[in-house]
Design a protein around this ligand. Sequence first.
Ligand code: ATP
Length: 203
Amino acid sequence: FRFAVGLTGGIGCGKTTVADLFAARGAAVIDTDQIAHSLTAPHGAAMPALVAEFGPDYATPDGALDRAKMRALVFSDPSARARLEGILHPRIREATAAAALIADGPYTIFVVPLLIESGTWRERVARVLAIDCAEATQVARVMARNGLTEDQVRAIMAAQVTRARRLEEADDVILNDAGIDALLPQVERLHRFYLDEAARLAE
Ligand code: ATP
């Protein structure tokens, strides 16, 4: 098995920003959010099963998942959420494993927003890397990026594990509270460490 890192962090802490910096240094980056999205895009691999389970009303005319409608359903119906996850999670696992098999690069980084919450990821990676920032930074970034109110951002944050819990679970931490310049030395240091670990594993 190749050396693999699970990169996680609260909304807006900078997972994508940091993952891009690792990718630029040669790491194979696999984003589970992107995979989930492609499964429910027009003619995505999960669409036949979703239409069979929830009915054609939950697909848009071009054959994608009607996200707004599904969000409303699972918000009001926990059993619907479980059925949705029952369809999506095994397919995300499969597609992620398939992407990892054909990935180049000395090691793999899986970007998993809900890594701590989801349980099964912990045993698939050698290291958990948390991207950390102050809650006020999260709120400011997501308000600016998504045009949400502070209350809306805080509601999303409340559905994720706490910052303290995430830091407790992490093997490695990158602090992303300042500009990009402050990220570079942290990424460099960990990239070298991961290269060493990958080489050790390959011996
Ligand atoms: P999400 O959980 O919503 O997918 P994320 O953790 O992947 O978010 P990013 O998308 O990388 O976070 O960053 C959130 C926003 O904050 C983006 O608009 C990004 O450009 C900005 N941002 C991230 N890091 C920094 C930084 N160090 N300096 C300035 N802006 C930043």
